[in-house]
Design a binder for this molecule. Structure first.
Ligand SMILES: *Cc1c(COP(=O)(O)O)cnc(C)c1O
Length: 382
């Protein structure tokens, strides 16, 4: 069966060569815009492409204010900082995620807490979140307190796994009930919608990534989506060393960050944004091919939730058992068709082994059963 999967993927991508999990394509104005920044010498922290990229993202996501950053990790950092996360706090995220989310929490002097993901979305389960809070937290006048340690639980960071939107309405309701700030890790979900809302715009903050393997790339890059305009103004200030504008004096009014996206990266981003609708259409077509193929097999193709429109950033199948998963991973990778398991769950990593957590039944199931398939937005599909 795994051999047939290899053949099918080779047919889809029409090549006998190596097939990566996700490769970027530059078939638009990328070279022209990047060359413009070099010709103008404005490759760094000043230049018009940053503003243009931010405006394009605002138009596309209908976010109140977007601030471009050096990467998705720094966008998360800025978001949690603005959410008020401080030393000694706790932040709840999902056990099945990329490590960046948890590293940021640690570097803010806070502690991550892990809850389970849902079979509906593969992202944070609203019931698991509420159950954890009911068992481990209590609401006081000063906020949501973790009973065992007396620490404040400040924020909740769900992640839209592989581009599939989490159940944002239910998660929002749980966050409201427990007085927690909702910050969406939307690193993988540019072009994904919860009902008619772009992911990253329901929570107070959302973080996008434009790393080389994401749906669009700026080389390295990210963006903070702010629900309130004033937070966006603060985000811009914080990511640019909190420099107060002046014709020549250097005056900074708080200890801030150098997280601003350089103009040369934003130039690439502007050209990629022009391509985004085509990428999204091609990715849906690819996902539809996969879905048809896996329909009557032992593999269950991961589809977008009923309430959502997914960007299908990374396609995935759930295998009937771990032996089949291992065989699929080995056979495809040996044949030059890149596939990957999900990340090691966060509580298995040494630095997060002692983190508090709820039941992680479905996360553990996915760890042993899920395989990601090649998902580049190639253009030759009929
Ligand atoms: C890619 C990614 C990030 C980090 O983005 P970078 O741009 O690589 O810093 C964070 N969270 C998730 C879930 C990601 O997939």
């Amino acid at each position: 069966m795994a051999k047939q999967v290899v053949e099918f993927i080779r047919e889809l991508f029409k090549t006998d060569g190596f097939i990566p999990l996700h490769a970027p394509t530059f078939q638009g104005n990328e070279k022209r815009y990047v060359t413009n920044t070099i010709d103008s010498t404005f490759v760094s922290s000043v230049g018009e492409y940053v503003d243009e990229f931010e405006r394009k993202l605002e138009q596309f996501t209908h976010s109140e204010k977007v601030v471009a950053t050096v990467n998705g990790t720094s966008a998360l950092h800025t978001s949690l900082y603005l959410a008020g996360v401080a030393t000694g706090d706790m932040v709840i995220t999902q056990a099945l995620t990329f490590v960046a989310t948890c590293n940021v929490i640690t570097h803010m002097g806070a502690e991550p807490v892990f809850v389970d993901v849902s079979p509906v979305s593969l992202g944070m389960c609203p019931h698991a979140l509420d159950e954890y809070l009911q068992a481990s937290a209590r609401l006081t006048e000063t906020g949501c307190i973790h009973i065992a340690t007396g620490k404040t639980i400040k924020a909740v960071v769900p992640m839209h796994t592989f581009g599939h939107p989490v159940e944002l309405e239910k998660l929002s309701a749980v966050c409201d009930k427990w007085h927690l700030v909702l910050v969406e890790d939307a690193a993988e979900s540019l072009g994904s919608y919860y009902q008619d809302k772009h992911t990253g715009t329901v929570g107070a903050f959302g973080a996008l990534s434009f790393n080389g393997n994401k749906i669009i790339t700026t080389g390295g890059g990210g963006a903070v989506l702010c629900k309130r305009k004033e937070d966006g103004v603060r985000a811009k200030h914080l990511t640019t060393q909190a420099k107060v504008p002046h014709p020549y004096e250097f005056y900074h009014d708080e200890a801030a960050f150098n997280f601003r996206m350089p103009n040369i990266n934003a130039a690439l981003g502007c050209a990629q944004m022009e391509q985004l609708p085509v990428f999204l259409a091609n990715k849906r077509r690819l996902a539809a091919h996969y879905q048809d193929y896996f329909e009557n097999t032992q593999f269950q193709f991961v589809k977008e939730p009923s309430y959502a429109r997914s960007n299908y950033w990374l396609n995935a199948v759930i295998c009937p058992d771990t032996a089949t998963r291992n065989e699929l991973l080995t056979t495809t990778n040996d044949a030059g068709v890149m596939t990957r398991p999900v990340w090691q769950l966060m509580h298995r990593l040494p630095m997060f082994a002692d983190a508090d957590r709820g039941e992680l039944t479905y996360s553990e199931y996915l760890e042993g059963h899920l395989v990601n398939l090649p998902s580049s937005p190639v253009t030759h599909f009929s």
